[in-house]
Every structure is written in C-alpha cells, then in structure tokens.
Write a protein that binds this ligand. Sequence first.
Ligand code: C2E
Ligand code: CA
Ligand code: CA
Ligand code: CA
Length: 278
Amino acid sequence: AKNNGRKCLHFFHSTMENYSIQRIEMERQLRHALDNHEFRLFYQPQFNLETGAIDGAEALIRWQHPQKGLIAPDEFIPMAEDTGMIVPIGEWVLKQAWAECQNWHRAGHALRVGVNLSAHQFNHAQLTDLASMVLSDTIIDASFLELELTESLVMRQAEDTLTALNALKKSGIRLAIDDFGTGYSSLSYLKQFPIDRLKIDRSFVGDLANNPNDAAIVVAIIAMAHCMGLEVIAEGVETEEQLKFLRMHDCNQVQGYLTGKPLPANEFLALLSAKPEP
Ligand code: C2E
Ligand code: CA
Ligand code: CA
Ligand code: CA
C-alpha cells in the first residue's frame, strides 16, 4: 500500500508539471496569435420579431490558425481564461467589435453589437476604463454596445459587481445576461442589477416543440422578463416551429441558424446591404 501511495504521488507531481508546461506553452501560443492577428470575429444576426429587421449581432471569436485552420472558441477560451490571456484578447474583441459596429452605422445600418465578457475580464479593474476609452471619440451612442455576462458572474455575492455594473450602465452601455436559465439566479436578486435583456439559453429552445417542461420554462422566462421591463432574446433557434412558438409568446428577438449563422465581417455587412426580396 505504501508503495502504491508513492507511485500516486509521483504521478501527481509529473502531471502537475506537464500541466504547467502545457499552460505556459498555450499562453505563448495565444500571445503569438494575438500579436500576429490570427483572431477573427464572426457576427451572428439577431432578428427582431416585432419589426422583422436585424437589430443587432453577436460578435463571436475564432482563431484562424495557420496550420490547424479555424478553431472554435470553446477550444481556446477556457485556456485564455486560465492563463489570463483573456484580458488582452478580450480587449481586442471589444475594440474590434465596436469598430465594426461603427462600420455598419456608416453604411446606414443602425444596429447593436453584442460582446461576450468572461468573469476573469470582469474582475480585472480596468474594465470600466477600457469601456470608456473604447466609447470615447466615437460617432455612435454607447447603447449600441451590449455586453453579455453570465448569470454566475452577475450573481456572485458581491457589492463590487453591482458597483461595476452600475458604472458600465451609467456610461450608456447595455447589459445582457447570457445563457439565461442555466445558472442559479434568484429572480429577486436579478432585479437589483441594471440589466436590459435576458438571452434564453439554447438548451431550452432546442426541444421546445416536443418538451412541455422546456416550453413552460421559456414562456415563464419571457413573462417574467417583460414584467421586470427587460427584453428577451432566444438563442439557438433552428426551426420554423420554434420561431412560431417564440413569436406567439412575444419573445422580442431570436438568434440562431434559422435566421443566420455567424459570418465573417465582410459577409455580414454584405447581408445587411442586400436588398430584401420583393
Ligand atoms: P455563447 O455566447 O452562448 O454563443 C452562442 C454560441 O451558439 C456560438 O457558438 C454560436 O455559433 C452558437 N449558435 C448560434 N446559433 C446556433 C444554433 O441555432 N444552433 C446551435 N447549435 N448553436 C448555435 P461559438 O461561436 O462556438 O461560441 C461558443 C462560446 O464561446 C460562446 O457561447 C461564448 O461563451 C464563447 N465566446 C465566443 N466569443 C467570445 C469572446 O469574444 N469572448 C469570450 N469571453 N467568450 C467568447
Ligand atoms: Ca453570448
Ligand atoms: Ca449564450
Ligand atoms: Ca454558452
């Protein structure tokens, strides 16, 4: 048994070592990617059910790797968070997305851009400074920028979270809760935060037509949000049936493959500029 214990200990040490070597290597690669402009933002349309127009787009990062091709965010954002590289990468995302939003406005398309923020970035003291820097000397109103925060980030204890959210809100930026319903929000708690919109997680939307529990949850989220004066957007909308259900229950916007996949910036702008079918 003693021998076994030692083996385990040895194993533990060597995997920890590997882990930190991997981490340093990953950090180096992410830094290199940022310096070499290998990150790209794709934009996914958000479709307003009342007006029938695209009224926003979510910016979604990809890594255009010279050897491996296009890498999805789930494959590198967790590492970017672990290594702290999410702070400079997130800064790039915010600046890039806001610059692109100004392009749309210049081309005559007044829509919002949504930017994902991870908890680590949020803790970083400079976020409000960064936001005011990004917003200074721009031609468009801060309300065209929407930051997407997760429930767990917002709900975490804390007075300073509320202070930071209020500061962002005061600058005119919109705030949305991402993946709503998957975290642990207390609804009464939610009321204290200066939130503008809930994004219903796609796990409730996928089986909406067949699963009465999911349907009930979605209806309840929409009703509750509207009672609190919030807008609601449903994510992951893939079928006409889901769209019809959401429209019937007064969901404000939808985002999903049905109304448009995430597109590179130039293709998204082309989509906006295309004349609607007569
Ligand atoms: P998310 O914020 O929940 O983004 C929505 C994800 O759902 C995107 O995946 C999008 O491509 C995908 N999606 C959209 N419509 C549909 C649909 O109809 N069906 C299905 N099955 N999926 C759909 P993506 O682009 O791979 O991003 C994954 C996650 O990576 C995002 O989830 C977000 O948490 C994170 N992420 C992306 N960009 C950034 C970023 O710039 N910063 C940070 N911190 N996180 C990011
Ligand atoms: Ca999001
Ligand atoms: Ca989401
Ligand atoms: Ca998600």
